[in-house]
Design a protein around this ligand. Structure first.
Ligand SMILES: Nc1ncnc2c1ncn2[C@@H]1O[C@H](COP(=O)(O)OP(=O)(O)OP(=O)(O)O)[C@@H](O)[C@H]1O
Length: 273
């Protein structure tokens, strides 16, 4: 078994969102979360959905995960319509209480593999491999309540990567962490990506985090979320944070989201920050 292998074939889009409108309905009330949103995620991309609170980022992720059906538009993965949840998509949430407290780190990472029908011995080997990758081998038998927030985040990432999903969906995974831990988790995620080159769709409302974590950023307007612009951000990492180019990009994005530029930029115009 090659536990390093991820489904990779650079080139065409892996995930395609086309004109996606998402709504919540309860009784007579309808809340439109996103409107006519289009973007593509290519294999090996670290695409960030960035926008203010309530612009529909989490709702988009839920739709891509297969939990919500678009009111209009389409979502396809590898050319196939997304109709339901599947093992090719795995979500890492902000709430690390997503780890069942009665299972050890090893048990937590093995759990989705076993649920997906992987034999116990292989699930154990794969889990131990990814626990090692996130630097938690000494804690394989520890239980979640004995771990720090950053360690829980690493368990959640190991659990997701062990499933070898076609795309990793991350919903503000570091938002609940203190600033220093958040920064080191961003760094660790970057190191893991450089080694494994998994495909990731990352949701955040932090401009700095988007620049550090992503190679491309899709900016969403306030409620309901519409694509405001798409930017390349591959030139930035934690090393460039605080530098002049990074600061300029941060201010540019801020203006695009909240300032006068927000009205002037048509959807999907490529912007090189
Ligand atoms: N279960 C729900 N029922 C009704 N409306 C909802 C539901 N979940 C979200 N909404 C609404 O949909 C819109 C988008 O919410 P969503 O959580 O996707 O935004 P977000 O960009 O992820 O925000 P945040 O950054 O604060 O998490 C909001 O107006 C929100 O109130």
């Amino acid at each position: 078994m090659d536990v390093h292998r991820f489904p990779m074939a650079p080139g065409e889009a892996l995930l395609r969102a086309e004109g996606v409108t998402l709504e919540y309905r309860s009784g007579a009330a309808t809340v439109r979360a996103t409107e006519n949103v289009s973007f593509e995620v290519h294999r090996g991309d670290r695409l960030v959905l960035l926008g203010p609170s309530g612009c529909g980022k989490s709702t988009l992720l839920k739709a891509i995960a297969g939990f919500i059906t678009p009111r209009a538009g389409s979502l396809t993965l590898d050319g196939q319509p997304i109709l339901r949840p599947g093992p090719d998509r795995f979500v890492v949430f902000q709430e690390f209480d997503q780890l069942p407290p009665w299972k050890s780190v090893l048990g937590n990472v093995m759990f989705p593999l076993l649920a997906g029908g992987v034999a116990r011995a292989e699930a154990r080997a794969r889990a131990l491999h990814w626990i090692n990758k996130v630097g938690l081998s000494p804690f394989a038998d520890a239980f979640p309540h004995t771990l720090s927030g950053g360690m829980k985040a690493r368990v959640a990432i190991a659990r997701a990567l062990a499933m070898q999903p076609a795309i990793l969906l991350m919903d503000e995974p570091f938002a609940a962490l203190d600033a220093l831990t958040r920064r080191s988790m961003q760094e660790e995620l970057q190191t893991l990506w450089e080694e494994i080159r998994f495909t990731m769709l990352f949701v955040t409302h932090s401009i700095e985090e988007a620049l550090v974590v992503g190679n491309r950023i899709v900016l969403l307007s306030p409620h309901p979320g519409r694509v405001r612009a798409e930017l390349n951000s591959h030139q930035f990492d934690l090393g460039s944070a605080g530098g002049a180019a990074f600061q300029a990009a941060t201010q540019r994005i801020h203006r695009l989201l909240f300032g006068d530029d927000a009205l002037a930029v048509p959807a999907l115009e490529p912007v090189h920050a």
